[in-house]
Design a protein around this ligand. Sequence first.
Ligand code: SF4
Ligand code: SF4
Length: 500
Amino acid sequence: MVDFETPVLKQYPIIPLIQPGVMAHIKPYVAKPEIQEKIGFPGELVENWQEVAIKKMGELVSKSRALQVFLDSCVKCGACTDKCHYFLGTADPKNMPVARQDLFRDVYRRYFTFAGKYFPKLVGAKEMDKEMLDDWYSYFHQCSQCRRCTVYCPFGIDTAEISMAAREILDSIGVGQKYCNEIIGKAQTIGNNLGLPEPALLDTLEGLEEDIEEETGVVVRLPLDQKNADILLVTPSADFFAEPHVDGLIGYAKVFHAAGLSWTLSSHASEAANFGMFIGSYENMQKLTMRIRDAALELGVKRIVFGECGHAWRVAYNFLNTLAGPFDFLDPNYPMPQHICEVTYDLIQRNLLTLDKSANDDKVITFHDSCNIARGSRMGDMVGGQFIIPRAIIKACCNHFYDMADDTIKEATFCCGGGGGLLTDDLLELRVKGALPRMEALKQVVDDYGVTHMVAICAICKSQFSKILPYYGFEMDQVITLHQLVGNALVLDEGTSNSN
Ligand code: SF4
Ligand code: SF4
């Protein structure tokens, strides 16, 4: 057990009194040289690191007009200060979004503005020195890039973009984060974050088919590398084995089966997650997206559907077409990409699924909006579809649903505490403390409505909650996947098996 105190759940959220430096000791493990070099970065801190860091900062600022505007336009109004879950959970003032941004902004001012170059003290400009480097490594790894602060900033300043740029600069001088960079390397060479090779994947899928048949008496297939299937499903690799994720994968398979849709997974593109985004590296993000394009071409599919994963959907929704497109070889009658929730919602709307809500009567459900879906992407052909669609699916599959407090859901949702490449045990203290606002909102609906389970549609949220729920007195299995509810409620018919 790591030595720290779990915050006490309060009835109403309280803005903490600041405790300067209280989280300065929190840093993820630094990536070893072989991990760094594998994905194109220097193995260790380069000798002239200040010079390289400033040069990289100049490149990023000149390439991204948005980044420059974010750095130039903060008026220190303070509206964002109490909006970050990591500040609310830790009380460290450097976890206030504006203070986190200022770690970058102060250096930017020193080297890239007239006033900062000639009158640094007057404008609070600072050198990129060792002390600053340490602060960067700590506090840019205490931002889950969730963008909650951005919603409340009158200028829409996006701290996530600043945090990604900072991590890219850190990588460029040879100080990368072990967890993210190791995973990116595995996904690029083996096809998934876990390094799960094709035979092991095949074994896992066959085992799941047996489990479904045992449970339902119906043969439901989970095909791998099935040429000429209509749909390529790209899902986070956690869906292949982790709990509760795997119940979601079973749910998707049941949906495809019940609707008679032809589908396949790919051993080449067996990962929807794309940690390239967390380190701000478009080059690495693109390498991973190209595997999906290659698999779609090789298998001759007509559609690409993504499983439940928050940041993966953000990358797919925002970048897949530009990084790996054009996808003009797919069927233009379907959105590209499409989310599994959009597929299921459409089938429900068209009365193509038979659902027995009473199958979930042992549960009282609430829903956790995942940041990257809520604030980084959309679903469906309607404003707010990313909020409407998951809730409509839940309500079609169960009788008891209650939302958490308004200022903790939809655009205002709180991060689970483990997003943005922070889902690693070396950051456990941060993860537990950062989950405080979500746990307080959960406790409220547990007390008021007897909520028993929280549904999530993100692989990271599911893993994070499974780990930290017990710290707050809940059970680890109180987080479940949306398609588990769907799978439970679906009435399967032998005759609707897909053609694969
Ligand atoms: S993006 Fe999220 S984690 Fe980062 S500073 Fe803003 S609220 Fe905090
Ligand atoms: S809300 Fe926006 S403008 Fe105000 S302090 Fe925060 S980042 Fe700056």
